[in-house]
Design a protein around this ligand. Structure first.
Ligand SMILES: [Fe+2]
Length: 259
């Protein structure tokens, strides 16, 4: 059932925020009409999800992280696929022939609950871009088993899997959202990253990304998702980039978000 008081409070504050920005910048009627045309164009070209993801998904993620506790979450992005290949501990994500020469990465860490108890049997989905910034199952006809997989944590909550290093890539830049970012003097690049999605029985689904210290666009992500906790310090072992990330996962208590 709709919570009229909450809807009124949230929408009224959003409207007030927009009005305050309009007053602050003395927005003209011409600009108001341009904004209206922009929104109609974004809707017609099905660009609204990208527009919202670019500007507001990270905000929702921050709110969720604040309410739930545990490790800070990230936005999921549009390139997750269910039922990706099951990878054994210390296994390796499939890479295309032409990607074999890329720098290797070892992703490892531990999954625990808020009390530090290991979460055995948790499923960690890991996915990332190709070295040319594309995603399997979505771009260029790349078969969906490449550069993605699921790994099950061991009795101590640990995971370990090898893959290749991803690269920075551009979000779709030829639509209204890209045009808006360009008009704002901003770019459409995301820093290189790994995606994680962790599920465990009775636990909140945790979604995260790992970025790389010193990487391009780490300090200037077009989606503004990067936070210090998600930037992995530069560390290599015998030419392999070590990406050590632990996850602290809260229980799935939906009421917490309504408190
Ligand atoms: Fe991504």
């Amino acid at each position: 059932m709709a919570d009229t008081a909450r809807i009124n409070a949230v929408v009224s504050d959003i409207v007030e925020g927009i009005r305050a920005a309009m007053f602050k910048h003395n927005v003209t009627y011409d600009e108001y009409q341009i904004a209206q045309s922009f929104l109609l164009d974004a809707f017609a070209k099905k660009d609204i999800p990208l527009l919202l993801t670019t500007f507001f998904n990270t905000t929702i993620v921050k709110i969720e992280g604040k309410m739930m506790g545990g490790s800070k979450p990230s936005l999921e992005g549009p390139y997750f696929i269910e039922d990706s290949p099951l990878i054994p501990q210390d296994g390796e994500l499939a890479a295309r022939e032409q990607d074999q020469g890329r720098m290797k990465a070892l992703l490892r860490g531990r999954v625990t609950d808020l009390d530090g108890k290991p979460l055995a049997g948790a499923t960690i989905n890991i996915w990332h871009s190709t070295p040319d910034g594309r995603y399997s199952g979505f771009h260029d006809g790349i078969a969906p088993h490449y550069h993605r997989g699921r790994i099950i944590t061991d009795a101590d909550g640990r995971y370990s899997v090898r893959t290749i290093m991803p690269t920075p890539y551009q979000i779709p830049s030829d639509g209204p959202t890209g045009a808006l970012l360009t008009a704002m003097g901003r770019h459409t690049w995301r820093p290189a990253h790994f995606h994680y999605k962790i599920t465990a029985l009775g636990m909140h689904t945790h979604i995260s990304q790992a970025y790389f210290e010193g990487g391009d666009y780490v300090d200037d992500d077009c989606c503004e998702d990067v936070c210090a906790e998600h930037v992995v310090a530069e560390k290599t072992d015998d030419g392999v980039r070590i990406v050590e990330v632990d996850f602290v996962i809260p229980e799935a208590v939906t009421q917490a978000l309504a408190a």
